[in-house]
Design a protein around this ligand. Sequence first.
Ligand code: DLL
Length: 432
Amino acid sequence: MMFQRDLESLPKDELEALQLRRLQDLCARIYANVPFYQRRFDEIGITPKDIKSLSDIKYLPFTEKQDLRNNYPYGLFAVPKENIVRLHASSGTTGKATVVGYTQRDIDNWANCMARSYASVGLTQKDMLHIAYGYGLFTGGLGAHYGAERLGAVAIPMSGGSTKRQVQLMKDFGATALCCTPSYALYLYEAAKEAGINPLELPLRIGVFGAEPWTENMRHDLEEKLGIKAYNIYGLSEIMGPGVAVECTEGCHGMMHIQEDHFYPEIIDPITGEQLPDGEEGELVITTLTKEGIPLLRYRTRDITSINNIPCACGRTFRRITRLKGRSDDMLIIRGVNVYPSQIESIIIEAEGTAPHYQIVLAKEGALDTVEILIEVAENSFEDTIKALQKREQKIQKTIKEFLGVSTKVRLVEPKSITRTEGKAVHVIDNR
Ligand code: DLL
């Protein structure tokens, strides 16, 4: 079922005409209202009127997270503050937060994008959504919430925390869908088992998971443990929040339709900034076509993916991005080899007798990087002898070396010894 059929299945030429009109309007708006953009346009000698086709976008300047920080808090807003009805902010681990302001229309478009996302993974107004993304400045909770209401489903605003109580209420209320990070879904599963609740006996049928990278293996694991279909949803606070892209019931391999009437995607070479054709992997750059509060031109997401333009059986004409491996700034360079934590995760989840809880600890011994990977053993395989454990450690080490080309030290640790998080998981500790 499509939530906005006329828009989600626009023929390509009509979609592109709409995107061009909106891009031209966006350029005019930011040139007139945001001094930062006016300066950028003037510096390169372009005026909004010079944008004659969608491909002209490549001449326009990028926006980076640092630009939001430099203009903290409201410097990039394009409307007077009295037109803003909501603020969100992303904390970021370093530096100042980035602040995002929404007009009423922005909130409305966001609710529509989220309602579309739910419909795209098979949810309807008959569903009850247990929303365990954090409510607050983080966009996850409120984004998921407004979308559920817009769909006409029931929104259960749990937020994070009180994990034990959450599983009890999930059972009592009869939630049919779970919205949270994939790592928190795992935590909820463990809490359910501890409380003597069998997740397979709950009416839960669909998971809408995102906000952090996860793998195909993790999907299978969650689907099996919770007895659900698990879907991937993508978004980022600077652009809107959750609902920028989402999988559909016909899709495969984590490919997500981008809501192209609101967000114009490009893939660029992260080093040269050159646009890359569909199909090639690079950094995702997004232009907000309709946003009023803080419209962003060619925002560099740092997320690495590619755009797939093969028509999808679901009937949506929006192109899809492939599953995100991680952010370019999450990429680890270990003794000269580039590795994403999610690649290590894939191997860990496939290994026998391990739980999908792990931590990658990086350190330096002299000039050399060392990597220790702590992995929890699965509950049922904990009685193994030391020798058997060592053998399993070596086997995982060997697989990592074989597939990723880095030598690591794998240590199997007791079940539940790695700290659980309610939001995004912390998989990497870099002590270098
Ligand atoms: O994480 C918004 C969100 C909330 C998305 C709930 C999905 C569900 P930020 O905190 O600003 O916003 O973080 C955005 O998280 O640039 C990606 O690196 C990462 N990310 C988000 N979704 C996915 C996903 C929210 N499905 C950053 N797969 C993004 C991989 C994801 N990474």
